[in-house]
Design a protein around this ligand. Structure first.
Ligand SMILES: CC(C)(COP(=O)(O)OP(=O)(O)OC[C@H]1O[C@@H](n2cnc3c(N)ncnc32)[C@H](O)[C@@H]1OP(=O)(O)O)[C@@H](O)C(=O)NCCC(=O)NCCS
Length: 175
């Protein structure tokens, strides 16, 4: 199969050469093409070099119009709050009880989320201290009405296990 290219319209098309020597045919690869419009390299990248998530899928939710900024893109803060929630879920499971967020490392947004994309947040506990733990969190956009995934952002969150008075408590050993 040859490299995909963007044609005006609803679909991306790709060319397939007939092994019997007939004329090559174009067939639709996926729809819709709004993410590739004017930028076919975006979809080329998704198709030929997909970035695989690390860790466990912890939160999966859809980006809605209420979550957009004035440009029509999804607020970075909305994505970040979903990541915080996912980290909280993973943190509570590992700490076997209440945790609080104490730190978020620098966060870089690699690509925009759009309305209708499905946000997928993956978590992986990276380091465990006495009462704190670092969780690597990655956010992916499953693009609207496709199965294509693109990494949107990532960061390391630090959570602290706390007791019912909000004081740090030791994290139990695993297992
Ligand atoms: C998290 C909190 C309980 C820690 O209290 P504290 O008095 O600083 O506790 P300690 O100094 O004993 O530190 C506890 C652990 O947190 C870690 N920690 C504290 N501040 C940190 C920071 N800024 N960055 C990274 N780790 C930090 C410490 O290294 C320690 O880890 P360890 O036990 O694994 O070695 C307290 O800072 C707090 O309640 N913060 C607000 C949390 C919150 O409300 N989050 C939601 C915001 S909307």
């Amino acid at each position: 199969m040859q490299k995909a290219r963007c044609e005006p319209g609803l679909f991306l098309w790709t060319r397939r050469d007939d092994e019997a020597g007939n004329a090559p045919t174009l067939f639709p690869l996926r729809a819709p093409s709004r993410y590739a419009w004017g930028s076919p390299t975006v979809d080329d990248r998704l198709m030929t070099n997909p970035v695989q998530p690390h860790g466990q899928l912890t939160v999966r939710t859809i980006a809605m119009p209420a979550d957009t900024n004035a440009n029509g893109d999804i607020f970075g803060g909305w994505v970040m709050s979903q990541m915080d929630q996912a980290g909280g879920i993973a943190g509570v499971e590992r700490a076997q009880g209440r945790v609080v967020t104490v730190k978020v490392d620098a966060m870089t947004f690699l690509a925009p989320m759009k309305v209708g994309d499905v946000l997928e947040v993956y978590t992986e506990v990276e380091r465990i201290g006495r009462t704190s733990m670092q969780i690597q969190i990655e956010a992916f956009a499953q693009r609207f009405q496709t199965t294509l995934r693109e990494k949107v952002t990532f960061a390391t969150f630090t959570f602290v296990a706390v007791d019912d008075k909000g004081r740090p408590r030791p994290i139990p050993q695993a297992g």
